[in-house]
Design a protein. Structure first.
Length: 140
């Protein structure tokens, strides 16, 4: 089950059921299934605190993924800074909701096993993000 929470933000995700159904389909197409995924929408100060406390990084980011997967069952926590997603959308010239959906599926792709450490990994991850963003458009 995909659950949505907020921490230190008034943000409310529209279309929660659609997003949950979309992520379930993404998982199925990747040979996995959804177990328990928590998507926590938060502020920049919260994500900075999480980044410092758990990863030892002293910078803002759009998403931090904690992976608790068991084989093909996807379990994890996705901390998403709404502030950084909004700033990135403006910087990249995209709509906020599109950037938010990209970040959400990016976190799920990490749970599936995709990585983004090398240029080749980043290219593959971006290709998958685009593929699944197109899927979401067909489900709306």
């Amino acid at each position: 089950m995909v659950s949505f929470y907020t921490q230190d933000t008034a943000f409310v995700l529209k279309g929660k059921r659609l997003v949950a159904r979309w992520l379930k389909e993404v998982a199925l197409r990747e040979g996995c299934r959804i177990g328990d995924i928590s998507v926590i929408f938060c502020s920049d100060p919260v994500i900075l605190d999480v980044n410092r406390k758990y990863l030892g990084h002293d910078y803002y980011t759009d998403i931090i993924t904690f992976d608790y997967c068991e084989e093909e069952v996807l379990n994890g926590d996705l901390f998403i800074s709404v502030d950084t997603v909004r700033a990135n959308a403006a910087e990249y010239g995209t709509m906020f909701h599109e950037e938010l959906h990209r970040v959400i599926v990016h976190g799920v792709l990490h749970l599936i096993g995709y990585d983004d450490h090398t240029d080749a990994d980043i290219a593959e991850m971006r290709m998958k993000e685009n593929e699944y963003l197109e899927l979401l458009k067909t489900m709306e």
